[in-house]
Design a protein around this ligand. Structure first.
Ligand code: CMP
Length: 423
């Protein structure tokens, strides 16, 4: 993704995060009897909110890092519901018309999006992941306490009068003492009302859970002040200093940084291949089959294949990562590996990059022609977004096909289809 594009996504995400937080604070306020916003400014603010959420659907749908299909499957509902412009009901409805709180609550659904905002993670990648997790947790907890306080006012103080601020402060005070498990007991539920007792009990349970979660997280944070992360940082710093001293182009340095960020996010500093190479043979096969089970499940050719073949391939697969735009194979070069796609997609293109013959995705493989036909690469392969691949070396490939003729036949079939498809 170009610099401008990623900068844009960062600022756009920040704006959407602000709007989501605004909606998450404003919507529950409608439960308060004394909260009656109206007027052109209020309607205008609501319209702007809907408009931004509608534009957000467009931005997410066209985000090069996610495919249209996976966006529609995972996020569409969460993005569409909050974007419905209910405030138009206020404009076209009778005067005095009120939008039911349940409809307004759709606005809050987008809160599930917050943790997925990539730039938030990328920009906090220098922090300990435990701290980032706690940050998100406190964000959700603060909003949750606000909702609980509004619910408490709705249930308890309806018609009791008092200023809006005083009502709210009292409710938030009750909520804080209950959630933090302090429970002074100066504000208590009306014991003649079951609903109030049940509500209080539910909040007490939530409080106990939140308390446990916080303590647990802080304890883990302190015990393993992330050894793996420190090792990873040292590695990144070494490479960064090297690139600086050799005056490498800024663009390349940026790509290397992104590569390491992604490496950390996807592997958390562990290197499967090194761990595997240190294990005795007795564990190796089982370990490798477990480690690589995701890819072995994804590749259709491995479904129902000889279990011995799967075991042998599993130990030979080596994970590798490519960043957006990287050339995995280049037309005309001598191929010494073939690849299986675990996550991401690649484009198969002509030597000059003008024709795209195919886009390959999770579970597909490529680079087999050079190994099979002992010829140079017949196409260039470029990573579309971040790609998690597994490579199989030529030696392992030759060994596997000599022992498993069925596997060879399957690959041959696919290879001739591809050759025909290209001509
Ligand atoms: P190889 O020639 O080793 O390197 C380039 C790879 O691109 C090639 O192996 C195939 O795996 C892949 N490839 C070539 N043409 C097509 C096609 N038409 N559809 C899908 N993949 C292809």
């Amino acid at each position: 993704m170009s610099k401008i594009k990623s900068d844009f996504i960062f600022y756009w995400d920040a704006l959407i995060l602000l709007l989501i937080t605004y909606a998450a604070i404003e919507v529950p306020l409608h439960l308060l009897p004394a909260y009656k916003p109206s007027g052109v400014l209020y309607i205008l603010a609501e319209c702007i909110l809907s408009l931004c959420f509608i534009i957000d659907i467009y931005v997410r749908y066209h985000d090069p890092k996610t495919s249209h299909k996976s966006y529609l499957k995972r996020w569409s509902l969460i993005d569409i519901l909050p974007a419905i412009p209910f405030e138009l009901l206020l404009v076209f409805g009778d005067s005095g018309f009120e939008i039911p709180v349940i409809l307004r609550a759709f606005r809050i659904v987008k809160i599930f999006r917050v943790a997925s905002f990539k730039p938030l993670w990328e920009y906090s990648s220098n922090l300990n992941p435990g701290i980032v997790r706690l940050g998100f947790f406190f964000y959700y907890l603060a909003l949750g306490m606000h909702w609980i306080s509004c619910g408490w006012i709705k249930m308890r103080m309806q018609g009791m009068g008092g200023s809006l601020i005083n009502e709210y402060l009292n409710a938030f005070y009750w909520c804080t003492t209950t959630v933090t498990t302090i429970g002074y007991g100066d504000i208590t539920p009306d014991h003649s009302k079951n609903i109030e007792i049940l509500y209080t009990m539910a909040v007490q349970f939530l409080g106990a859970g939140a308390y446990g979660y916080t303590i647990g997280n802080i304890a883990t944070l302190l015990t393993n002040i992330d050894v793996a992360r420190i090792r990873h940082r040292e590695r990144v710093d070494r490479v960064a200093n090297f690139m600086k001293s050799k005056k490498m182009p800024k663009k390349l340095q940026e790509r290397v940084h992104h590569y390491y960020n992604y490496l950390w996010e996807s592997r958390q500093g562990y290197d499967d291949a090194t761990i595997l190479s240190e294990l005795p043979d007795s564990f190796k096969y089982e370990f490798a089959s477990l480690l690589n089970r995701e890819i072995l499940r994804k590749v259709p050719m491995f479904k129902g294949a000889d279990p011995n073949l799967i075991r042998e391939i599993a130990v030979c697969l080596k994970p590798c990562i490519y960043t957006p735009g990287d050339a995995v194979c280049t037309y005309g070069e001598i191929g010494d590996k073939m690849y299986f796609i675990n996550k991401g997609s690649v484009e198969v293109m002509s030597q000059d990059g003008r024709d795209v013959y195919a886009t390959l995705k999770d579970g597909d493989f490529f680079g087999e022609l050079a190994l099979l036909l002992k010829q140079p690469r017949n196409a260039t392969i470029k990573a579309v977004g971040y790609c998690d691949l597994y490579s199989l070396s030529k030696e392992s490939f030759d060994l596997v096909i000599s022992n498993y003729p069925d596997f060879e036949q399957n690959i041959q079939k696919m290879a001739s289809e591809r050759m025909n498809n290209k001509s």
